[in-house]
Design a protein around this ligand. Sequence first.
Ligand SMILES: Cc1cc2nc3c(=O)[nH]c(=O)nc-3n(C[C@H](O)[C@H](O)[C@H](O)COP(=O)(O)O)c2cc1C
Length: 196
Amino acid sequence: MGNIKLTDIVRGRRTILDYKPQKIDEKLLVDLFNDAAYAPNHHMKEPWRIRVYEEDSRSGFGEKIVDSYIRLGLLKTLDKEKLVKARKSYDRFFTTIPHHILFYMDKEDDGGHLDEENYAAVCAFIQNFQLLAWEKGIGTMWTAKETLRDEVFIHEIGLLPERHKLVAVVQAGYPNRVPKPRERTPLDDRVEWVRG
Ligand SMILES: Cc1cc2nc3c(=O)[nH]c(=O)nc-3n(C[C@H](O)[C@H](O)[C@H](O)COP(=O)(O)O)c2cc1C
């Protein structure tokens, strides 16, 4: 995908659900992170913290996520049998996608202005990462379920709810299938011009 225009990358990127098993080279991932770090961030806090779950860690990470869904009542409509099936299908999801990247940050004022600024900067980092990855033929999927605020889950992955805010889990790998474009609504009637 070399030499494509930024507009084409922004418009062409798709959320990828179906991935090839092939891992992304570690050096390439680190390069993408280093480039993504040119995201705007106030006071140069560079608040992003990154943890890549891959290989054997994926299954356990996925299990903890499903445990959290159950704890939070997100799967409460499923009977025992369906829950067993759902666990298997989540395990397949986590173990077939090569990388699950957790983005998080240190809290500074527990949900106050500084945390909002840092959260915004981490989101800017994530979108930079998604676009830079797309340029290299790599697909991603941004997820941010309630689990990210589940204190038990945060402890289970070795972080501290009072110190860390989880921002997203981004799946990454080479796409097996790229979904059709999803058009956006023209902005004409959503922009207000304020003059005078
Ligand atoms: C904060 C956030 C959370 C998201 N969570 C999910 C998710 O749980 N599952 C999913 O398939 N996509 C998720 N997405 C991706 C959106 O569904 C996707 O961007 C949207 O459908 C537009 O498709 P596109 O990214 O291919 O343009 C999320 C995106 C954001 C920014």
